[in-house]
Write a protein that binds this ligand. Sequence first.
Ligand code: PMP
Length: 361
Amino acid sequence: MSQVYNFSSGPAMLPAEVLKQAQQELCDWQGLGTSVMEVSHRGKEFIQVAEEAEKDFRDLLNIPSSYKVLFCHGGGRGQFAGIPLNLLGDKTTADYVDAGYWAASAVKEARKYCTPNVIDAKVTVDGLRAVKPMREWQLSDDAAYLHYCPNETIDGIAIHETPDFGDAIVTADFSSSILSHPLDVSRYGAIYAGAQKNIGPAGLTLVIVREDLLGKSQTACPSILDYTVLSDNDSMFNTPPTFAWYLAGLVFKWLKKQGGVAAMNSINQQKAELLYSIIDRSDFYRNDVSPANRSRMNIPFQLADSSLDKLFLEESFAAGLHALKGHRVVGGMRASIYNAMPLEGVKALTDFMQDFERRRG
Ligand code: PMP
């Protein structure tokens, strides 16, 4: 089969090396004559996998020992409820920064549990979509925490600043950018991310939570979303998504081999710069996000002549460049270029884009 590059926003491309290893050991894992999916999560073999995955994840993000790492179910959306249910305590409001689709979705879910103070951070700079700088975010006095989404997967908008809000507890949805760059975990009270973009298969969600924030979940918080319950049970209060956990562990080892998140950051920057440079080179393609807020993971672009969209998608697919169709609420195209997408994949895409423009422009 010829080389395929998968630009899906998630579930997304996984490193080929990881898939090959999983394939090789699928039917006979660790000489047990069964797959990793068929063994008890409490058996010593799986416990070792689980512990190693956590250790590697901690190493990669340099997570301080005062933080717990939880391997959860429920995806990013599960944590839209998990955050308020665990962190509101006796407060009735929290600050929610709205800079895009997913931040707004988190607000919608949070309304079930509190009265969010919504900080509308969407602005226009020189006719381009942008986000208010953090220093202009008006936090309320009585908020239990602040929530924001540093990488808006659909809008292609990123907040690259590192939060610095004194004692305020900052929580963030890193679903589409975790492990793509170094991160100062100590600036956050809680971080969460669905696995299906930069971590592994869908079904697993990682939560990093500061230990001193445990113990104040709402009485109505379902146990499977309760950080304290999960922490007390080493994320095995109920049966965890074992295969996803195992595969995430392989991805973490692969990441370490690549040089960790610092190395990924530099490759990710190169990939994004290359793609934006081709989009910006002519009026044939267009991205309307202000340079300071452009995502390095999800790059939406429009063709000036949208009647060519269908042809672009057909021809790119035939060229082995898959899943470039933009999200239904935005239209146009979107290239998601997470860690597993090699620079060659982005080169193949930009070569195709230039060729398409020559032929159809
Ligand atoms: N947050 C972000 C930033 C996302 O990109 C997504 C999914 N694309 C979600 C939350 C929702 O995640 P899930 O489907 O795992 O609930």
